[in-house]
Ligand binder design. Structure first.
Ligand SMILES: [Zn+2]
Ligand SMILES: [Zn+2]
Length: 319
């Protein structure tokens, strides 16, 4: 077992993990014990399905990759993406789950399962703004979103909203088994209004570290990869990690956890089937358990420590 990586901070965080383990033992909806002995009530996280999250603390509320429409994306009889599948946004499903206004919506990249519902949400919540890359901004513009509603980022920004800050981390998308990117592409001009899933190209991919006044820092990824050097200096309390297959990526869990100084809590994300409705009794069975299990095993094998939490859809928990 390698312990050479353990800094003093890492050891202190190890103690926090034991407390977290106790806090999470009851149920997925239980309030985990805070990662460190911090004052304040903690941040509330709620999984919206796929890679989507709602975060709130001290009366501030933000969304990350909110995708509730859960539309059919497969070519019939396969698990492959049908690029010509219609963009069938379901505002009723969005509105049923997201009832309180966010001030910000962060979008990791342009794919349908991250960006498709954002134009509707911006219409529904007229004070909200979206943080996204340039290519994704062109998609939103083509969908009728005014430029003044967008904060278009390049990666590396640390945006201050007064008591809430958002650090934009240049990142990478996950890959197929043969090391290819899915629906790649980058827009340099406004396209026609998108009508199919395939028109929502990846563009740039970012992760976002949200800080609630420095009291809680939550780092969220929307895809199963990262640029390791871009994580230098980040020590989030909570890592929200994508858990689709990382077979083509070398040592995905261990490098990630090590680069972030062993976050006390890692929360699994992007590990449901993306289609089954959120109110279906079949939903829990669609959530993958192999990803989180493999993540735990690989982190432990590398001699690292982080508590891996598998959330339930729509059930808030406090960290
Ligand atoms: Zn994607
Ligand atoms: Zn995705």
């Amino acid at each position: 077992m390698c312990t050479g990586h353990l800094s003093r901070r890492g050891l202190l965080r190890g103690a926090g993990v034991a407390a977290l383990t106790a806090g999470l033992a009851g149920s997925a909806a239980a309030d985990p014990v805070p990662a460190r002995p911090l004052s304040g009530p903690g941040a509330t996280l709620r999984w919206l399905g796929v890679a989507g999250w709602e975060l709130s603390m001290n009366g501030r509320r933000v969304l990350f990759d909110p995708y509730l429409s859960r539309m059919e994306y497969r070519l019939p009889g396969t698990s492959s993406i049908d690029e010509r599948a219609p963009l069938a946004v379901r505002p009723d499903l969005v509105d049923r789950t997201i009832t309180e206004a966010p001030e910000l919506i962060m979008v990791s990249h342009g794919h349908w399962d991250h960006a498709a519902d954002v134009p509707h949400l911006l219409t529904r919540f007229p004070a909200a703004r979206v943080v996204c890359g340039r290519s994704t901004a062109f998609l939103f513009e083509a969908s009728g979103v005014p430029r003044k509603r967008m904060i278009v980022v390049r990666g590396g920004e640390n945006l201050d909203f007064g008591g809430l800050s958002v650090q934009v981390v240049p990142s990478l998308h996950s890959m197929t088994g043969d090391h290819a990117y899915l629906l790649p592409g980058e827009l340099t001009d406004r396209p026609r209004r998108p009508r199919t899933l395939g028109e929502l190209v990846e563009g740039e991919t970012f992760a976002f570290q949200v800080s609630f006044g420095g009291a809680r820092e939550v780092l969220l990824f929307g895809a199963t990869n990262y640029a390791e050097r871009e994580l230098s200096g980040l020590t989030p309390d909570v890592l929200v990690a994508s858990m689709t297959s990382w077979k083509p990526i070398h040592a995905y869990p261990a490098r990630l956890v090590r680069a972030l100084g062993s976050p006390p809590l890692t929360v699994a994300s992007h590990h449901d089937d993306m289609i089954t409705p959120l109110d279906s009794p079949d939903l829990p069975a669609t959530v993958g358990t192999a990803g989180p299990a493999a993540f735990r095993a690989e982190v432990a094998a590398a001699g690292l420590v982080t508590k891996v939490h598998e959330p339930a859809h729509r059930k808030p928990f406090v960290v």
